[in-house]
Design a protein around this ligand. Sequence first.
Ligand code: AMP
Length: 422
Amino acid sequence: MSFNILGLSEEILKAINKKGYTEPSPIQSKAIPPILNGEDVLASAQTGTGKTAGFTLPVLQILSQEQHLRKRPVRALVLTPTRELAAQVYSNVKEYSEFLDLRSAVIFGGVNQKPQVAQLRQGVDILVATPGRLLDLCNQNVLSLSKVDIFVLDEADRMLDMGFLRDIERVIKLMPAKRQNLMFSATFSKDIKKLAHGILNRPVQVDATPENSTVDAINQQVYRVASGKKTGLIIKLISDGNWKQVLVFTRTKHGANKLCKKMVSAGITAAAIHGNKSQGARTKALAGFKNGSIRVLVATDIAARGLDIPLLPHVINYELPNVSEDYVHRIGRTGRAGASGVAISLVSADETSYLRDIEKLVGLKIPKEVIEGFEPDPNASTTPKKQGGGRHQRPRRSESKKGRTGSQKPKQNNTRGGRNRR
Ligand code: AMP
């Protein structure tokens, strides 16, 4: 299928062409037409499926076809859970709107608000924001959301996981009741369905799962190993395989730092990226990882959300996530755009129950191997270790335990026809 039949304008097609995309991804071909039609959309799509263009392209088109209002108040708001994701969505918005007369801005916390305020004062058609700074600036009357026509909630599941439900509700109250709503989520728990029911008005549901070759292309592998031998094993795998770009997940920020130091001592260039790192440090680490000067990026789940790293060949779970859905998010970092990817998990005895939950969720048995010299400890307890206190460490949810078959990705239930409660 070509982008030409989706009803996008010449200016947008020119920008797509400049990015080098030849055909829309499944989520794009499914989401763009109903969004252009003015409908609410509930989309099941994880990072790597092209979801950002899936909502950005039609939103830009709608905005560019309307008259700008005097002073250019915000007409489209994209809410994202993390600064990184906000920055990446914004960079996509800039690229796709290159040939349009639209102004965009991004606002997030952790940096000086002055430049953001200055930009908002000049007028912005499309605003990408994280909830905290957005509400701050609204409270300071620097920003009004009273003219928002289109609201996009990106990575809604992560928003809830990060405790943003109340903030989302506050933001909604600041916008006109009549508007178009688009909600994107990789997973669909009971809470997400409830949120969707509250925000969306008779949404069209789109799902990237059926033709999602990206997730199918992921080669998953488990290595059973003693917990004390994981660092040695990961260093061996990366060195022996001469892997050049590896994203490693740890459960805690402390664990990310510790592993990173050990990698560096072993002669592997590595950087850690997590919530305690400054924005500057995160941006630098990500840039180094992208340009090849850093081979290994060690990240916590939240820090990794929204990282735009195309064609990532290897993802390693140094520890399994205690929430099964995070596994789906993590492995979604590899095998993009039809390229094959490898997702490796190092699993010690105390993670046995996490592995069982993950296999139920993805609906398949992941092949298991033991590497000589890195055997599991036969006497280790299979009771999960007590979790540390990171923000991303959430209690296991009952949804994680429900078995799914035939798909590597959790499927959404049908919430179509959910009435708008406004
Ligand atoms: P996303 O899921 O939005 O994070 O996008 C994942 C990656 O796919 C990004 O690097 C995009 O630039 C890229 N991408 C988005 N749409 C397409 C497309 N139609 N063809 C090829 N690559 C794409």
